[in-house]
Ligand binder design. Structure first.
Ligand code: TLP
Length: 345
């Protein structure tokens, strides 16, 4: 049976061209700095994001953790949005490995108000930890792939600079944000000190993420990467796919964004479903099924029986993610499957 896999854009398979590049890649031992393909990818990424240097890492989770460890010292506090990936989905690595305390702030659609943030920054007091870092996420995964407006990022960055606090962006899907805003990734990254982004999501590369920032910051992160066991050897074999991803894949994300809207509009025709189309900025659609009388625990296995894969957000909400390996026909088929499943109750 054909599987329609809407669980995540992480499920994307490398393109034939990527596989070709991987086979042809020039390799070396990257721990010695000898892998020219990795060096090329790191330089290209840094240039695209307007930063001094880059570091290729196995996963987004490691990239974020390295950023936090490089910017902070154990015992500090970091401010982040309460539904962000770093806080919810990274196995508390910030506490366990980086040794920092999280100060989560309530956001609206993933957007924190600069005023709330300012209030959360610690003053000097014998009782308090220091605020060591502010983290943002754009696009915001839990907010259904919504894009944090650049004006908001600009205000928060100005505040961070004023308070002398570094700012890290979890830009796992920064290229989706860039396509939505019709702005270069550099225009987003300028309101940050460091950015992590992923090759292994909508850009379709099989493995890998990138951390960018100043030369000093990346030097620190490179040593910490070694400590965490992320010093890879002939890793140009996957970096080669990353280079192709940067060259050719960002524009493909537009199709994913169109398909996400198609899905949301189709589902809105079903009784009990009401998705705000204005909030479908990129490739993630959070669908609240609570008015259909079915919980996500009931729905997801039934959809799976029909060949439609998805992930729950909670008892009411399912997340559907569009990506290059689901077509508009697949989206239409998915809508029909959901309709039939709801009708059967
Ligand atoms: N997100 C995955 C899961 O972990 C939930 C997904 O399917 O969406 N930042 C953001 C905003 C992410 O969405 C993710 C992955 C990461 C970081 C971590 O990237 P990886 O999976 O490479 O460690």
């Amino acid at each position: 049976m054909k599987k329609l896999d809407f669980r995540s854009d992480t499920v994307t398979m490398p393109t034939a061209k990527m596989l070709e590049r991987m086979v042809q890649a020039e390799l070396g031992d990257d721990v010695y700095g000898d892998d020219s393909t990795v060096n090329k990818l790191e330089a290209l990424a840094a240039e695209l994001l307007g930063k001094e240097a880059g570091l290729f890492v196995p996963t987004g989770t490691m990239g974020n953790l390295l950023a936090i460890m490089s910017h902070t010292t154990p015992g500090q506090e970091i401010i982040l949005e309460e539904n962000c990936h770093i806080y919810l989905y990274e196995v508390a690595g910030i506490a366990r490995v980086a040794g920092v305390q999280a100060k989560p702030i309530k956001g609206i659609d993933g957007v924190m108000s600069p005023k709330d943030l300012e209030n959360a920054i610690r003053k000097e007091n014998i009782h308090f930890p220091e605020t060591g870092l502010i983290c943002l996420e754009n696009t915001h995964n839990m907010a259904g792939g919504m894009v944090v407006p650049l004006e908001n990022m600009e205000s928060i960055y100005a505040l961070a600079k004023h308070k002398n606090i570094p700012l890290h962006l979890d830009g796992a899907r920064i290229f989706n944000a860039s396509r939505y805003l019709n702005k270069d990734v550099k225009e987003i990254a300028r309101f940050t000190d460091s950015v992590m982004f992923c090759f292994s999501k909508g850009l379709g590369s099989p493995i890998g993420s990138m951390l960018v920032g100043t030369k000093d910051f990346i030097k620190k992160a490179r040593k910490l990467r070694k400590m965490l066991g992320g010093g890879m050897r002939q890793v140009g074999v996957i970096a080669a796919a990353g280079i192709l991803a940067l060259e050719e894949m960002p524009k493909v994300l537009d199709i994913d964004h169109t398909n996400a809207k198609l899905l949301a509009k189709g589902l809105n025709k079903l009784a009990g479903i009401n998705i705000d189309i204005e909030k479908i900025h990129t490739n993630i659609v959070n669908v609240d099924f609570s008015n259909t009388g079915l919980s996500t625990n009931q729905l997801i296995p039934k959809l799976q029986e029909r060949g439609l894969l998805s992930n729950p957000r909670n008892n009411d909400v399912i997340r559907f993610v569009t990506h290059k390996d689901v077509s508009s026909d697949d989206v239409k088929e998915a809508i029909e499957m959901i309709k039939e499943t709801i009708n059967q109750g």
